[in-house]
Design a protein around this ligand. Sequence first.
Ligand SMILES: C[S@@+](CC[C@H](N)C(=O)[O-])C[C@H]1O[C@@H](n2cnc3c(N)ncnc32)[C@H](O)[C@@H]1O
Length: 173
Amino acid sequence: MAGARWRVSGPSFFQASPEGAELLVETVRGALAGEMGAETVLADLYSGVGLFAGSLAASGRVVAVESASAAVADAAWNLPPQIETVLCAVERWPPQRCDVIVADPARRGLGPEAVGVVAATGASTVVLISCDAAAGARDVADLVGVGFAVDSVTVLDLFPQTAHVEIVSVLRR
Ligand SMILES: C[S@@+](CC[C@H](N)C(=O)[O-])C[C@H]1O[C@@H](n2cnc3c(N)ncnc32)[C@H](O)[C@@H]1O
């Protein structure tokens, strides 16, 4: 997937299909085209086994934050050592200065606490990946409430024949 092999232990989350994961990565890459410079600090929040941290070809500092210990262990195996993996709930993560955030929360979305953490990093760009449309809409509204503006919204039909979609929202200050 995305040109690499990924270790995914039984308890760890992974996208429903490699093709879907590939499309998600391509969509996020496209959204960040030209934005990932040598000094860019990237936070991959809800990082799972490190899918975005490992495939966005970021050359600056990268931190991956995830609350499931099995996924963090997989991420540490999947990612190069210079990428920091943090075992922590996003809402408890002490915010660090970032330029770009990729956030791919579980179905309940970010919620106000994690939105506060995102805002406190000072990031100028947030790519929010929402697998629940209602939670995603609420999170986007909360991010607008802390100073972001919606740049683009892309809906990916990653779960054909179901009511579920994946929504990639790009917000910028
Ligand atoms: C939709 S998955 C995305 C994983 C990864 N970005 C990917 O694409 O493979 C959401 C991830 O968030 C993790 N998670 C759930 N609640 C969390 C929280 N409060 N803080 C940090 N991670 C959390 C889950 O364990 C899961 O790995």
